[in-house]
Design a protein around this ligand. Sequence first.
Ligand code: PLP
Length: 384
Amino acid sequence: GIRLAKRLDEVGFSDIVQIRNKVMSMRAEGLQVHALHGGEPFFETPDDIKFAAVRALVANQTHYAPSSGLPPLRQALVDKLAFKNSIQVTADEVLVTVGGSQALYGAFQSVLDPGDDALVFSPYWTPIGDLVTGAQARPLSVPTITARRNGVRKTLEQFSTPRVRAIYYNTPQNPSGLVFTRSEAEEVAAFARERDLIVIADEAYEDLVYDGEHVSIASLPGMLERTITCFTFSKTYAMTGWRAGYAVAKEPFMTALRKIILYSTNGVATPVQHAMLQALTTSESVIGARREEYRKRRDILIAGLNDVGLECDPPAGAFYAFPLTEKIDKNSRKAAQILLEKAHIATIPGSVFGAQGEGHLRFGYAIPVKEIENCVEALRAFFR
Ligand code: PLP
């Protein structure tokens, strides 16, 4: 009979899709649902970015672009990386990808062999576990909170095995909103150098840091040559649907990544790349103003959560709150189900983000202020 490739057997689909479907069917029944399960900006893509794509289309920029990306776009990314991330690279060390997702896929496929282990700071964005198992490797969860308490380097050592080849390092972290400090980044870097490990850095939320600073681990001494850094336009520029991202790495990583891009998508849609070029002209003050919008939402939600006893420290970055669920139910799946059915509040159970997420719920606050206020009101009513 028909048989499929075994390497996909261990790869799952995220439960987040099921929650999205459930919300849609509740809405179809005419119910009002407070939608805090999402992870995308409510802002629309700015008009100048949209017009750049339209202009490109009208000017017949509809042909193949170089598989690695348009040269002017890669050069603009080089400048951005030097200015914002203190990462000094050439245009040959930048690769335009179909969202941060393709950059991450390429990174894991490039460095992991069957039987390898990858250290993954946990809780982690759900697809990461599947990207590791999809490369026939094993994800090893490193509890971020324990690392913070007991020392990052010591904790990495404790969870490491002789088969570890890579570390997945995401800051600001989805789903917790945690931002690693510079000294924590230095500890990860020291561990990677000492054990000769590769770092896969995920900086999807680099522009959403409210407290502290964003440090690109590739900017630390001796790290550029062992790091693949994955970026996306999705969050900073509200461009989730454009599927625009990029990877930054030196050789030999770049050659491997190029092969994966060439044989999967052969590059990113040409008009999208013109939109990306325009997005990079956005001033830091505009990005900063949006960040303040998110901060406002964070503060309203965090106050509301703590108020009803869903304990939550203000997350330093990204646009998620990750409170303890104990007051509803210790089991995060049950807690999410109760909140959805009884209060019509859609959240994501922490357990989908790995074992360290259990006991938490993820609330996404990249939505209008009014909707957050309505959610807080619904929480109050629920606990009354
Ligand atoms: N990395 C993290 C931590 C994310 O949360 C996301 C999106 O939710 C991505 C990467 C990838 O985003 P995209 O594929 O839209 O660029």
